[in-house]
Write a protein that binds this ligand. Structure first.
Ligand SMILES: Nc1nc2c(ncn2[C@@H]2O[C@H](COP(=O)(O)OP(=O)(O)OP(=O)(O)O)[C@@H](O)[C@H]2O)c(=O)[nH]1
Ligand SMILES: [Mg+2]
Length: 471
């Protein structure tokens, strides 16, 4: 009697589990997060990755593609109805159509589902049918990860920190000037709150353009459909203990808390905690071209961005994750086609060094990490050009500014990344050795063979690291 009830219960339990689990079990999904600071190359990366998984002729370093284990790949409706779809077709048309051009900047979360049909592998290969894997790719701004630190702060703490930084920054002069006329204890007045928020946002924008990374709240710079709403209409004010109910200070404090609860937490809950694999794209070359301060800022920003992957530090995130973690994180220096391949090892060493601290921490938290230099869409060809008795390794492409073809030598990256990172850390204002030049190339006109995706550098290696073990 007891036995049979138990057995029945067990069967029923399995049954009800069955519906949800079987879909999970037989058609597993893998969520790949793609992030990086503004202009790091997220959109081009996703577009080219998907195009190269649909047409796998250039994916020889992806074992499942080379061995023919991927039977087919196709786009499907994504599972999340409220997240905008990644505009794959538009971006691909921009990059590979006639008169190719780079896609527009994208400033919010978007998602795309690519489904793969796979042949079984191993000893049972002959006995099993094919299986499916859904790859859900999520594009989100790296700036949003910086907001995690706000969760641990009160409005008073945040304001104090920001207001301490501002006097040293020229771009903050306008906001500080406005503050001198503000009495935080007076009754809240919406036009005044809006003026303060606008001036503070203008400062954040200028600070970001000047290369500073500590530009939280992140959504002030990328407001999307929250633009103009109260959660984005606040600014730091010095604490005023005389400010009572209904005062400007109290309302600002309330909105700061609302930003944390209604903007920051939902992003982590709905997007971040579901990610299985993560790629963090870094435009290290642009930072090197801009000089030591930009490199140091990038290094610090990477540390802060990646703090999110060490959730032990943040109680909110730890409780959300409940032991789940990102399994693999790839740090990729993008736009490697600006360099001749002779310089790629140096580029890889730099990205390794730039993300070392963050990687050590992630490894400590159990994620497997790797670093490499890649180009999602190769816009150049290589050539050696004679110069003062030796040959310089150059790249050639169509210049974005004039549309003309030009060969270009970006300068020699040092073998030891410390030669760049040490002066950056010590506050140098320009590079003593070497001079690094920036060049913007337009995407090349392509004539793709059937079965080939767009040309890239090491995108297949990136894919092997990120998803190869599940194919
Ligand atoms: N040469 C070259 N340039 C690239 C490559 N990937 C990106 N770029 C350049 O970097 C710019 C930014 O790339 P996106 O993919 O739009 O970057 P993003 O991170 O999505 O940028 P936001 O949406 O503004 O945050 C492009 O407009 C190109 O100029 C690449 O593989 N090769
Ligand atoms: Mg983008």
């Amino acid at each position: 009697m007891v036995l049979s009830t138990m057995a029945e219960g067990a069967v029923r339990g399995l049954d009800s589990l069955g519906n949800s689990v079987s879909a999970q079990f037989f058609e597993p999904t893998l969520r790949l997060g793609v992030t990086g600071l503004a202009r790091a190359g997220k959109t081009v990366f996703i577009t080219s990755l998907v195009a190269n998984l649909l047409n796998r002729g250039r994916m020889l370093q992806l074992d499942a593609a080379r061995s023919g284990r991927i039977d087919s790949a196709y786009l499907q409706p994504q599972p999340d109805d409220t997240v905008p779809r990644f505009a794959y077709e538009d971006h691909l048309a921009a990059l590979t159509g006639p008169n190719p051009h780079w896609p527009d900047s994208t400033r919010a979360v978007s998602e795309l589902r690519l489904s793969l049909t796979l042949r079984p592998r191993g000893v049972l290969a002959g006995l099993q049918g094919s299986r499916r894997l859904h790859l859900d790719i999520v594009d989100y701004p790296g700036e949003w990860l910086l907001d995690l630190a706000l969760l641990d702060k009160t409005y008073t703490q945040w304001s104090t920190e920001v207001l301490t930084r501002l006097p040293a920054r020229q771009s903050a002069a306008g906001y500080l000037q406005l503050l001198t006329s503000v009495d935080a204890a007076v009754a809240h007045d919406e036009p005044q709150a809006q003026a303060l928020a606008a001036a503070f946002t203008a400062y954040l924008q200028a600070a970001r353009e000047a290369g500073f990374y500590d530009c939280t709240p992140g959504r002030f710079l990328l407001p999307g459909d929250l633009a103009g709403s109260p959660v984005l209409t606040f600014a730091p004010l010095a604490r005023d203990d005389s400010a009572g109910r209904g005062s400007l200070w109290r309302e600002m404090e309330r909105r700061f808390e609302a930003y944390k609860a209604k903007v920051v937490k939902p992003f982590f809950r709905d997007h971040f905690t579901k990610i299985d694999r993560q790629v963090v794209l870094v435009d290290a070359l642009s930072a090197i071209h801009s000089g030591p301060q930009a490199v140091e800022d990038l290094r610090q920003a990477m540390g802060d961005v990646l703090a999110a992957f060490r959730p032990g530090r943040n109680g909110f995130l730890t409780s959300l994750l409940r032991g789940k973690r990102v399994e693999k994180i790839l740090f990729a220096a993008t736009k490697a086609d600006h360099l001749h391949h002779q310089q790629h090892p140096q580029m890889t060493a730099i990205i390794e060094a730039l993300t070392r601290a963050a990687r050590d921490r992630a490894q400590f938290a159990g994620a497997e990490t790797a670093a490499l230099a890649l180009a999602s869409l190769r816009a150049t060809t290589e050539e050696m050009r004679p110069h003062e008795g030796s040959d310089l390794p150059c790249v050639r492409g169509r210049l974005l500014s004039t549309g003309r073809q030009a060969a270009f030598y970006p300068g020699a990256l040092p073998d030891d990344p410390a030669q760049l990172l040490a002066p950056a850390r010590q506050g140098a204002t320009h590079w003593l050795e070497g001079d690094y030049q920036a060049m913007q190339f337009a995407p090349a006109e392509l004539q793709l063979k059937p079965g080939d995706g767009p040309p890239h550098i090491r995108l297949d290696r990136a894919a092997e690291f990120l998803i190869g073990d599940r194919l």
